[in-house]
Design a protein around this ligand. Structure first.
Ligand code: PMP
Length: 441
């Protein structure tokens, strides 16, 4: 085996040994360490992280308290499967999650090891509980990579090509993307025409009493950090209630304070039947959570959704320490306040540069639309070269989701790097060759 000690060596070797479906191409960078919102690559270069490992490192990198909790648990007993016997840590973590769930505490938790598996759990529970088979989800949704989660996603043909038949009876509708309203409406004239598409379907071809669940991202993440109107989310939840359909929210990307509330759905004053989480839920270790009302969660018998390593003690020990830090350091509030600060900085940039078309988001979940794919790709390339971990969503949205512990100085520095990249782009200093390095989705 070659010794791998530089960015270049690691990235070159990676493409030889790791299957390509797990990589969306950006600049060849390999991170060695991190602290808070800072990262260091194998060549010793420092970066500010605006991606938080795809919103899975909300607490920041290199947290010593979490590392200590992991070490202690690993030394005592790394894990013992809860499939057959019981462990304290997954029970304590479930108690904490139930406390955090909006509404009463008559809830239960089902563990998986990834967000995608937790989506599959929600699909199974919805079918099991309602005895119905049909599922509604949205165009632009990313719900994950297991076959169930792929079936209800609608964001990339590469997720479906060569897959043969996926789960049948899934119906996709338009997400409320107000900035590109297909009905030409604005906030004042909007009569929730996009919701009427679902109601029409209920009258014409999709019997509502056969629909088990609607899967909804409270902020459409990978579709470009799209925040839906509150009245839409409330009406959608009411529509579910009216027809006995479960309202299931995918909080995998937006929970853990990302949107300035612990759960993004709390921005809309709606209580979902099931919440699905992943990413940041394991304090940096793999964890998936599906939780909801007790009667729904207990509608399936073992082993309908059971994984040997799910809810294992080491992950739960890390997660419990993370919850403690979240509460002690007020990380949800930090997201809200710093998010406003960051968004305002982008709005100031927008006044100076026509290529910034839209700035939106809640808390530290911010999307910034640029003119087109080429512009976005070149600017992202330049940012990555200049020490900023920034990627895009869709054709032309900058994805800004840093660890919640990012400092104001780091936010200011990020804006400086982005502004310099915009200037370099406008001065024609970023060559077309970079378009073959970064491919995006
Ligand atoms: N749902 C959403 C909204 C996501 O952003 C993701 C991950 N990008 C998933 C589901 C899948 O999570 P995982 O990759 O942990 O399986």
């Amino acid at each position: 085996m070659n010794s791998l000690s530089t960015n270049k060596e690691i990235c070159a070797r990676e493409s030889e040994v790791l299957a390509k479906t797990q990589k969306i191409p950006y600049c060849p960078i390999s991170f060695k360490s991190g602290k808070g919102a800072l990262l260091y690559d194998y060549d010793g270069k420092e970066y500010i992280d605006l991606l938080a490992s795809a919103s899975s490192a909300n607490i920041g990198h290199g947290n010593e308290e979490v590392a200590e909790a992991v070490k202690e648990q690993m030394t005592n007993l790394a894990q013992y499967t809860i499939a057959y016997f019981s462990c304290k840590e997954p029970v304590e973590y479930a108690e904490k999650l139930i406390e955090l769930y909006p509404g009463d505490n008559n809830k239960k938790v089902l563990y998986s090891t990834t967000g995608s598996e937790s989506i599959d759990a929600a699909i199974k529970l919805a079918k099991g509980y309602t005895g119905r088979n049909k599922i509604i989800s949205f165009n632009g949704a990313y719900h994950g990579s297991t076959l169930g989660a792929i079936s209800i996603s609608a964001i990339s043909l590469n997720m479906r090509r060569k897959m043969g038949s996926l789960m049948p009876d899934v119906h996709h509708f338009n997400y409320p993307v107000c900035i590109r309203c297909p009905y030409g409406k604005c906030e004042e004239s909007c009569n929730l025409e996009c919701l009427k598409e679902i109601e029409n379907a209920f009258n014409l071809y999709l019997a509502p009493e056969e629909v088990a669940a609607i899967f909804f991202e409270p902020i459409a993440g990978d579709a470009g950090i799209i925040v839906p109107p509150k009245k839409y989310v409330q009406a959608l939840s009411e529509l579910c209630k009216k027809h006995g359909i479960l309202f299931i929210v995918d909080e995998i990307q937006q929970a853990w304070g990302r949107s300035g509330k612990f759960f993004a759905i709390e921005n809309f004053d709606v209580e979902p039947d099931i919440i699905v989480m992943g990413k940041s839920s394991g304090g940096g270790l793999p964890m998936g959570v599906t939780m909801g009302k007790t009667e729904i969660m207990d509608s399936l018998d073992a082993p309908a959704h059971l994984f040997t390593l799910a809810g294992n003690s080491t992950v739960c020990a890390a997660a419990l320490k993370m919850v403690e830090i979240f509460e002690r350091d007020g990380l949800v509030e930090q997201s809200k306040v710093k998010g406003e600060y960051f968004k305002n900085k982008f709005l100031e940039l927008q006044k100076k540069y026509d290529i910034i078309k839209d700035v939106r988001g809640l808390g530290l979940s911010i999307g910034v639309d640029l003119t087109d794919k080429v512009t976005t790709t070149k600017i992202i390339y330049q940012c990555q070269q200049n020490g900023l971990v920034l990627i895009s969503l869709g054709e032309s949205t900058l994805r800004v989701q840093p660890p919640l512990v990012i400092t104001y100085e780091q936010i200011d520095k990020s804006i400086e790097i982005i502004e310099q990249a915009i200037k370099d782009f406008l001065d024609g200093k970023i060559p077309d060759e970079v378009l073959s390095v970064i491919n995006g989705w």
